[in-house]
Design a protein around this ligand. Sequence first.
Ligand code: GDP
Length: 295
Amino acid sequence: MFDNLSDKLDKALHVLKGHGQITEINVAETTKEVRRALLDADVNFKIAKEFTNRVKEKALGQNVLTTLQPGQLMVKIVKDELTELMGGESEGINLSGNPSVILMSGLQGSGKTTFSGKLANFLKTKKSKNPLLVACDVYRPAAIDQLHVVGEQINVPVYSDRENNDPVAIAKAGIAKAKADGNNVVIIDTAGRLAVDEKMMNEISDIHKAINPQETLFVVDSMTGQDAVNTAKAFNDVLNFDGVILTKLDGDTRGGAAISIKSVVNKPIKFIGTGEKMEAIDIFYPSRMADRILG
Ligand code: GDP
């Protein structure tokens, strides 16, 4: 995982370690390598440039040049900066509502339905919650079926209404059902499209306004690289969401999306998806991610 990025950084830092005496020039050379590695990992150009400038400043400010082990200090600086950039400490989910309503947003195929199930399972098994899943995709009957399959797998009830084509009404009815049945968390799975368009944005915005969720999460496929940033920005402009879910980190993906999305929308990445199974969910820890990226 993240082979390309960590290999490149390894190489860059190896170059630095190889120098008995480190000069300002080879700090600059090394940070250039770091920047190239970030760009190769699909990190936005501006973000990669800002990042490496900060690393350079810190390296020179901390007198890397005069330390006995400049390479190690340099690695630490890069790791710390990367960790900070991706969000500092991890943040939880707001479960203060009664019930707590969690709205899922994102493009079709990003992993919303799968993650809705994973989150329900996580909250049920780890936080002793009693969730209800709500299917608000009125365009694809298969999406409703998929949520029912997921619900059965984890033994969590699913509310859907195949006769209704108004997602706002379904979302509201789902919340009312949760109240009636004593479910203290409602996870609302919504319809995505293949690309950002006005209809989808208006619909998710209408649902968001109507139900005023405690938590709005944006789900994004980490394999989509630069596009992930543009999609995140489009959804954030409309929803001002609370957190990001980065899926498919088990695939052949680098860390670029995590870095760029956090920088551009400045919202915490809360969970990661690491597989298709319901258990393949992890809390996002920026420091672990930085370790993974750097190898
Ligand atoms: P939705 O259209 O946003 O609801 O996306 P789905 O939940 O249907 O997911 C789309 C595809 O990605 C499905 O085949 C999922 O099994 C798969 N998927 C979702 N999350 C992950 C993940 O974390 N890792 C992997 N490898 N596949 C995932």
